[in-house]
Design a protein around this ligand. Structure first.
Ligand SMILES: *Cc1c(COP(=O)(O)O)cnc(C)c1O
Length: 350
């Protein structure tokens, strides 16, 4: 690991107006892949990149990323939540797009060092964190559809506010009946850049109609729930928690996996299964749709208060966050911020 600290530290932003992903710390990780191997990982000043206009990623989209967070715990230490899971997923994304895998030990050591160097940037307010964005781009300077011969891997850090600056407000979601996010055999189960570009139109149309995001359905029958925006989705129907099973088109969320583990640990019935939109509508009609929520690193748990389908708005749990969702939010964040014991071994200190 090479470290070149900058002396020109940036001015910190107004921490009461952090928002999400708007500010970046003083340093970053850069590691290039050339001639069939990774160069040494470097920690350098956060700065712009210069790339050739012919670079692979700009034309054929060899570009992947992941997202995780660092949290200040109650002892003033900094800790990561399941970082190895994120880096393993990053390598699965790389393999799917014919990109080279990273050495997880090397990168995790580099990441801890980077966070330590920029530790002054960690906000201390409740619910805040440093969002970590590992990214890789194909950088070969040539046109022609083939795997790039060279790559740039980098990690940038962004101090972020609590997702719930105004409290845990449920969101309005529109069921998307025409556009689809992903198909089995495609790239829906990895974090590649193109997935997000392809999802923007549905999200924008939903916004125009007053909804925050869409509920994606399966690509074949437009019948089964898949994900909500860029979060995994859970339905609580008649006391049973159900989440779509991973059949290749759904992103295997680490928050999703943690929710399932917590529910199993508490003996709450949880099923990974197929959930048709008709099942959801009929549960709602019979008063058995207890709760609906999304899960993801950014929001942790995001309650769905309204589900728009077929011109009708289904109101869920009086448009309030449900008991089960609230309990999961508390348990997960208590572990992430070190307020409760980490009996699952999910925490890694810097
Ligand atoms: C990142 C992501 C998720 C959530 O994954 P986490 O590991 O829980 O943050 C869910 N769906 C999509 C499409 C995603 O990109």
């Amino acid at each position: 690991m090479k470290i070149a600290r900058t002396k020109q530290l940036k001015e910190k932003p107004d921490y009461s107006k952090l928002g999400f992903g708007k500010y970046f710390t003083d340093h970053m990780i850069v590691m290039d892949y050339v001639n069939g191997k990774w160069n040494e990982l470097e920690i350098v000043a956060y700065s712009q990149f210069s790339f050739d206009p012919s670079m692979n990623a700009m034309h054929y989209g060899q570009g992947i990323f992941d997202g995780l967070k660092a949290y200040a715990n109650t002892n003033g230490e900094i800790q990561l939540f399941r970082p190895t899971e994120n880096l393993n997923r990053f390598n699965r994304s790389a393999a799917r797009l014919c990109m080279p895998e990273i050495d997880i030990d090397v990168v995790l050591r580099g990441l801890k060092k980077l966070i330590d160097i920029d530790r002054e940037w960690l906000p201390k307010e409740d619910g805040t964190s440093i969002y970590i964005r590992p990214t890789m781009l194909g950088t070969e300077e040539a046109l022609g559809v083939h795997p790039s011969k060279s790559y740039r891997f980098f990690i940038i850090l962004s101090p972020v506010a609590s997702y719930y600056a105004n409290g845990l407000e449920p969101v309005k979601i529109l069921v998307e009946e025409k556009l689809v996010r992903a198909v089995t055999g495609g790239t829906g189960n990895i974090k590649c850049m193109g997935n997000y570009a392809a999802s923007l139109l549905a999200g924008a149309r939903a916004n125009e109609k007053g909804y925050a995001q869409v509920l994606w359905l399966d690509a074949y029958e437009h019948k089964y729930a898949e994900e909500v925006g860029a979060m995994n989705i859970f339905f609580v129907i008649d006391g049973i928690v159900k989440t779509p099973q991973l059949l290749g088109s759904i992103l295997p969320g680490i928050t999703r996996d943690s929710v399932i583990a917590l529910l199993k640990d508490e003996g709450v019935p949880i099923e990974e299964t197929r959930i048709s939109i008709e099942e959801v509508v009929s549960a709602h009609k019979n008063g058995k749709l207890d709760e609906v929520f999304g899960s993801g690193t950014a929001a942790v748990i995001s309650p769905v208060g309204v589900l728009g389908y077929n011109g009708v708005d289904l109101i869920i749990n009086n448009n309030k966050m449900g008991k089960l969702s609230a309990g999961l939010y508390k348990k997960l964040t208590d572990i992430q911020y070190g307020r409760s014991q980490d009996k699952f071994g999910w925490i890694e200190k810097i």
